[in-house]
Structure formats: structure tokens, C-alpha cells
Design a protein around this ligand. Structure first.
Ligand code: ADP
Ligand code: F6P
Length: 325
């Protein structure tokens, strides 16, 4: 790499945490140092930047972190960062600390913050860090693989007890407004029904009919994977029990899906994306977001990335229904 005009880069995590964020931080730090720039860690996302929670990071500061869940830098949501004056102040703080560019690990919202900083003269690169897989410019987001594996194992356990008691179980998984975690777990756990915000028509009678028919065919359990974006699992369970006469329980998996040691896949992709982002910054690039598409790591302008749309694949959705018959 040619000698960089960039002298110091920063790295932060922002928005909801995701397993693998530490691997990405480690990669930014180490690749930055290999490229000959100084690296600073910014704690607690944009809130920490505004509070000047900024520390020097050396190789050893990221030792023994790649296997850990959460984020060693901490993360936060900072609603006031949408204000122009606040963004200006943050850019000024970066300049005071000699920070020429920042890698922001987070989701769409965090990219908007990065875009604002770049408008105010601080180079920024985003990395997709979210368990939700809901970022359109990439086929992969850091944390998704760990989250679906954690959820899949939990759902297997619920299925054991559900079968023993001949109950119906509604299991709610995270994903904000996106149904990717629900789709993947629904297929991987062999669920009888998979409810996705992108597809669900709120026809509960269809589900009730399928539960009754399955029971007649001798099935001892009925697993419904419900996405957070649909929600209301507890009241749905009450209605289904009343309509079918079959004991029905709701389990909301919740924050356990965001924790835990990252899988190999999350560690690997996070390491590659972190290194890629450090290279982009050291090359003087700004206002870009890293992605993985068609088997390659790539990058897009943040505006372009935010204008892209992503939906549930029709084919995958159809297969998920075909296999649950
Ligand atoms: P995620 O990055 O996972 O999508 P959020 O949507 O909560 O999570 O965004 C994380 C943070 O990014 C917000 O708390 C805020 O500090 C910043 N942010 C979000 N939207 C904007 C925006 N429109 N302009 C500037 N900063 C934003
Ligand atoms: O974006 C990750 C995520 O876990 C979503 O699946 C969920 O809707 C949201 O964050 C929860 O956010 P919070 O930590 O603010 O409750």
C-alpha cells in the first residue's frame, strides 16, 4: 500500500451489539497498525465520541478478544446525533484528537451518522454489524450466523418439551422489521409455520387449521417461528389455544440471540471486513460501506447502499413452506 496521508484512524461500534464485533475491531486495529497509522478506540458509539471517551489502541489491546461476544468498546444509541450542530461538534472532537477517519461497525442508522461525519470532513467507512441481516448492500452481516445458531439450539430444546407435552409452541425470534432470523431458524428447525413480517397476511385461521390437521395426522408438536416484527406471540398463543383446544405456549428468545462467542463464520467475515475497512481509510476513501456480495468483499457509497432494497427471496420462502408440510 502507498504511504498514507491518513495518520490516525478511529474505530467504534454503534447501535445493537452483535457477536463478531470484537473480531472486526481487532482487524481494524491490527490492519491499521500494519498500514503504519495510529489507531484510537472510540467507546460507546457516537455518545462516547461526544463525551470524548477515546483511547489509544495497540496490538495487545485486542489480544484475547476475537472469541468474545459483545463489544469491548461498548455501544450505544445516541438520538441527538441526528442534529447538525451535534455532528459538527463530533467532527471538531475528531480533529482535536487528530483522527482523520473512523470505521463505524453497526447497521443502517450508524451509517447515517457516518455519512454526517464525512460531510463534516472526517473520512468514514461503515461495516455491517447486526444480527438482523437487514442491510441491503451485503449478503452477510456480522453476528447473524451466531444469532441463528444460538436461536436454532434454543428452539430444538423448546421442541423437546413441546413434543413431550403434546403442545403447540410459538417461538419469537429477533430481527426488528426483518424476517431473516425467523426464515433461517424456521427452515433449520423444521418449523410447521414460519411467520415473517415481509409475508404474513395475519390469517390466523390458516394456522389454526394447520395445527388441527397436523394433530389429526398424529403430530405431537407444532412449532411456529414468529418474527419480532410481527410480535404479539403471547396473545397469539392464547387465541390459538382457545380455538384449537391444544395447550399453546409462547417463548420469546430475546437478548440471548445477541450474545455468546461468535461462530467461525462471524469471526472470519468480521476479520476480513475490518481489514478491508482499514485499507479503504488508509487509501483516503470516505463515505463507503463494506459488503460481501457474489463471493467477494466489496464497498459502496453510503448513499447508494442506503437506497438499496432487500427482501425475502421468493424461492427460499416457497421452499420453507413446501418443507413444512
Ligand atoms: P443501527 O446502526 O443498528 O441501525 P440505530 O438505528 O439505533 O442502530 O442507529 C445507531 C445510531 O446511529 C443512533 O443511535 C444515532 O446515534 C446514529 N444515527 C441513526 N440515524 C441517524 C441519522 N439519521 N443521522 C445521524 N445519526 C444517526
Ligand atoms: O438490531 C438488533 C436488534 O437486536 C433487533 O433484532 C432488535 O429489534 C433490536 O436490536 C433491539 O434493540 P434494543 O437493544 O435497543 O432493545
Amino acid at each position: 500500500m502507498a504511504a498514507s496521508k491518513i495518520k490516525t484512524i478511529g474505530v467504534m461500534t454503534s447501535g445493537g451489539d452483535a457477536p463478531g464485533m470484537n473480531a472486526a475491531i481487532r482487524a481494524v486495529v491490527r490492519k491499521g497498525l500494519v498500514n503504519g497509522v495510529k489507531v484510537k478506540g472510540i467507546k460507546k458509539g457516537y455518545a462516547g465520541l461526544l463525551n470524548e471517551e477515546i483511547v489509544d489502541m495497540e496490538k495487545k489491546d485486542v489480544s484475547d478478544t476475537i472469541q468474545r461476544g459483545g463489544t469491548i468498546l461498548g455501544t450505544a444509541r445516541c438520538p441527538e446525533f441526528k442534529e447538525e450542530e451535534v455532528q459538527k461538534k463530533a467532527a471538531e472532537i475528531c480533529r482535536n484528537y487528530g483522527i482523520d477517519g473512523i470505521v463505524v461497525i453497526g447497521g443502517d442508522g450508524s451509517y447515517r451518522g457516518a455519512q454526517a461525519l464525512s460531510r463534516h470532513g472526517i473520512n468514514t467507512i461503515g461495516i455491517p454489524g447486526t444480527i438482523d441481516l437487514d442491510i441491503a448492500c451485503t449478503d452477510y452481516t456480522i453476528g447473524f450466523d451466531t444469532a441463528v445458531n444460538t436461536a436454532m439450539q434454543a428452539i430444538d430444546k423448546v421442541r423437546d418439551t413441546s413434543s413431550s407435552h403434546e403442545r403447540c409452541s410459538i417461538i419469537e425470534v429477533m430481527g426488528r422489521n426483518a424476517g431473516y432470523i425467523a426464515l433461517w431458524c424456521g427452515v433449520a428447525n423444521g418449523a410447521e409455520d414460519i411467520l415473517l413480517p415481509e409475508k404474513y397476511d395475519f390469517n390466523e385461521q390458516l394456522i389454526i387449521n394447520s395445527i388441527i390437521n397436523n394433530r389429526k395426522r398424529g403430530k405431537t408438536h407444532h412449532i411456529i417461528i414468529n418474527a419480532e416484527g410481527i410480535g404479539h406471540s403471547t396473545s397469539m398463543a392464547r387465541r390459538i389455544e382457545a380455538a384449537t383446544g391444544i395447550e399453546t405456549r409462547a417463548t420469546i428468545l430475546g437478548y440471548m440471540q445477541r450474545g455468546g462467542s461468535p461462530t467461525c463464520k462471524d469471526r472470519f467475515y468480521a476479520s476480513m471486513m475490518g481489514a478491508y475497512a482499514a485499507d479503504l481509510l488508509c487509501d483516503g476513501k470516505s463515505n463507503r460501506v463494506v459488503g460481501f456480495m457474489h463471493g467477494e468483499f466489496c464497498d459502496f457509497d453510503i448513499e447508494e447502499a442506503l437506497s438499496m432494497e432487500k427482501g425475502i427471496s421468493e424461492y427460499q420462502y416457497q421452499v420453507s413452506k413446501d418443507l413444512s408440510l
